[in-house]
Design a protein around this ligand. Structure first.
Ligand code: IVH
Length: 681
């Protein structure tokens, strides 16, 4: 019996790894995602029941879930050296001369791209990945094996059989550009829903793929690593008695063992070929899905490498050629100022269009007044624009030699004092970099933005009212404040471009349905600055109706967990505005929920105040949603995943084994449905 289980586990593991290899290394999927997930799930369940058959190279390790408490610092068997750099053709030819002078005359070069990520050293014993260590200081690095196992293109077990018994293979872990953009888009969507403005979002987004890679590898929770799809190119093999004579042949063989080796590697018989390679990739590299910052040039033969040896810091047989950071100069034609949903002003440089790193650049962000002052950038100036790993090009400096002091345009830039949209005088609070337009209630982009937030999914959820329709209705004068949404008439709607009977009906139905949205979401929908979903919930359950929130003093507001001084003051300012009072009164007349429902009230306590729960599995007495609601009604908080800060895991039947393991590892208390009911009874 148990022998057949063992066979089954082995068989599923093998199948999964095969599909994995086809997908991630050959880009040739051989199974649907659904079938893959089903097989993987089966494997996880089998391994849970028969832990004696769980092996370190099991594909289940790729899902993540295991937590590292602290990364062990381990010594590298072979130090991880760096390369010396060259910056132009001449320096590269000098390198070539040095090799010849040392007495190596007949030789080949291998050129590879220099990937910009985090270098890693992988150890394989008997074909199994046993350790993954970061470069660290070159002598010692961090053991990040658990995290590295989640990277799908790194084999946990090698294919074939002619690999050395024990060896190390080194390469670069990186975050593909598309993954970097995907994560930033995800962060952005989430923060917009929570009411953050552009500048704050920019601050919280990933800065560039390299930082993002190193930040991801340092995560203690390997699940978080698995969620960010890192990738890895391998570029050098180390070991005693390697069975190959050259670097190129080794990598070609390593490819057969399942490693991802870049197809951009090329062999040349002289430096001339290398120089052509540099020119080719200087342009072409921008089309790759990975950041590169140069080319690495290596002498191919291992014997010749050995003969040339090392200096204290780097090999004599290899060198890096660094691409010039993509930089151009162009003319700053004008500066425009954008007004965000929260009123934050962002200055944008309009440039004379110029080609840079494969794209046409017309605009660059100038961030805020302080940056404009620091650069002393003036309209008409010739400016240097650079694009690094960051997505938005930057103005690095002004070419002052090109400034015509006698021209009219060479005057220092005066930051705008009034809003370009509504002409209100701008304000800049102390300690803040940004200027704001204070005209929250009638500055067009702010009003439209507030409406978009109001109707969004987590707020009033009127999805029949999209941003385009909002803009049309706003322009037609039919929507001036959020209160007007409840006064829309069908005959008005039909006057709008492209609005047919059916969409008009739909829109009105959506508006009607929103009147049932519970109080805590209405409070969130109002779009009071700094009041995200969680704070809105806390306030709603603490004060129970809008009148009490309105009448609360600053001190009283501070009693609510999550509310700090800044937020409390915003709430007070919000409710003391007469125009707001008018909007709120209209909304109330329209029938929106401005207090907790009777059901919410009878079930509301503070028994679970400041406690956080992860609810997982299937329950017998209540549905999962009912349980989550009960937690909130009693002052507790639902969180999505287990961390050291979680207070309880409320476990139903069939709770995922990974979650259970994680809770146990972190010492989070696991309770049953019965325990929970006792807590609130
Ligand atoms: S070979 C003895 N090949 O560049 C050093 N390195 O300064 C052997 N890198 O830390 C390194 N792509 O992280 C090599 N194709 C490539 C590379 C590469 C990126 C990084 C690596 C290393 C640094 C060298």
């Amino acid at each position: 019996m148990s022998d057949s289980i063992k066979n089954k586990i082995e068989k599923i593991s093998k199948t999964l790894e095969e599909h994995n290899y086809n997908y991630y290394n050959l880009s040739n999927p051989t199974i649907s995602d659904f079938e893959f997930d089903k097989l993987l799930e089966e494997l996880i369940y089998l391994e849970k029941d028969y832990p004696q058959y769980l092996t370190p190279d099991s594909p289940s390790q790729r899902v993540g879930g295991a937590i590292t408490k602290e990364f062990k610092n381990v010594k590298h068997k072979y130090p991880m050296l760096s390369l010396s750099n060259t910056y132009n053709e001449e320096e590269l030819r000098e390198f070539d001369e040095r090799i010849k002078k040392a007495g190596v005359n007949e030789f080949e070069y291998v050129s590879e791209l220099k990937y910009d990520g985090v270098s890693i050293s992988l150890t394989y014993i008997e074909g199994i990945l046993t350790q993954a260590v970061t470069r660290g200081d070159g002598e010692k690095g961090d053991d990040v094996t658990t995290n590295v196992k989640t990277i799908k293109s790194i084999p946990l077990k090698l294919r074939g059989s002619n690999y050395p018994k024990e060896f190390e293979i080194r390469g670069e872990i990186f975050m593909p550009r598309t993954e970097f953009q995907r994560i930033n888009e995800e962060i952005r969507t989430k923060l917009i829903e929570e009411g953050y403005d552009e500048e704050e979002i920019f601050e919280k987004q990933l800065k560039n793929p390299r930082n993002a890679t190193s930040g991801t590898l340092k995560q203690l929770d390997s699940k978080a690593v698995a969620e960010r799809k890192l990738d890895c190119y391998l570029y050098s093999i180390l070991g005693e008695n390697l069975p190959f004579a050259s670097h190129y042949d080794s990598l070609m063989e390593a490819k057969k063992w399942g490693f991802k080796i870049s197809a951009d590697m090329e062999k040349f018989s002289s430096v001339e070929g290398v120089i052509k390679y540099l020119a080719k990739w200087d342009k072409k590299r921008h089309d790759l899905n990975v950041e590169t910052d140069g080319v690495v040039i290596k002498v191919n033969s291992y014997e010749q490498q050995k003969f040339l040896g090392f200096t204290a810091k780097s090999p004599r047989w290899a060198i890096a050629y660094k691409f010039k950071a993509a930089r151009v100069s162009t003319i700053l034609e004008s500066i425009s100022y954008q007004v965000g949903r929260t009123g934050a002003i962002t200055p944008v440089a309009n440039l004379k269009p110029v080609q840079l790193a494969g794209t046409t650049v017309k605009r660059a962000s100038l961030h805020n007044a302080a940056i404009i002052e620091k650069l002393d950038v003036r309209i008409g100036d010739t400016v240097f624009v650079e694009k690094g790993g960051e997505i938005i090009p930057k103005i690095i400096a002004v070419d002052e030699s090109k400034r015509d002091l006698f021209s009219d345009s060479a005057k220092p830039t005066l930051y705008i004092t009034h809003c370009p949209e509504c002409n209100s005088e701008l304000v800049r609070s102390e300690g803040e970099a940004n200027h704001y337009c204070p005209n929250e209630l009638s500055c067009p982009p702010q009003v439209k933005g507030k409406m978009e937030h109001f109707v969004s999914r987590k707020a009033m959820n009127i999805d029949s009212l999209g941003s385009e329709t909002i803009a049309q209705l706003y322009d037609a004068g039919l929507l001036k404040t959020i209160a007007d949404i409840y006064e829309l008439k069908k005959e008005d709607l039909l006057k709008i471009d492209r609005m047919a009977e059916k969409s008009a009906n739909n829109l009105l139905l959506g508006v009607e349905a929103s009147k049932k949205v519970p109080f805590e979401r209405v409070l969130f929908a109002l779009g009071i600055r700094h009041i995200g979903e969680t704070t809105a919930k806390k306030l709603a359950f603490f004060y129970k109706n809008i009148e009490s929130i309105k009448n609360a003093t600053l001190e009283q507001l501070l009693e609510v967990g999550d509310v700090g001084e800044r937020t409390a003051q915003t709430i007070i300012d919000y409710f003391s505005d007469k125009r707001i009072a008018e909007i709120l009164s209209k909304l109330k007349t329209a029938g929106l929920q401005f207090e907790l429902s009777d059901e919410q009230l009878t079930n509301t306590t503070e028994k679970l105040n400041d406690m956080s729960f992860v609810v997982s599995g299937v329950f017998t007495k209540f549905s999962r949603d009912e349980i989550k609601k009960t937690i909130e009604q009693n002052g507790g908080k639902n969180v999505g995943s287990i961390s050291g800060k979680t207070n309880f895991v409320l476990a139903g039947e069939n709770m995922g084994p990974e979650k259970l393991k994680k809770a146990e590892k972190l010492g989070v208390k696991i309770i049953s449905e019965e325990d929970f009911l006792k807590m609130i009874s």
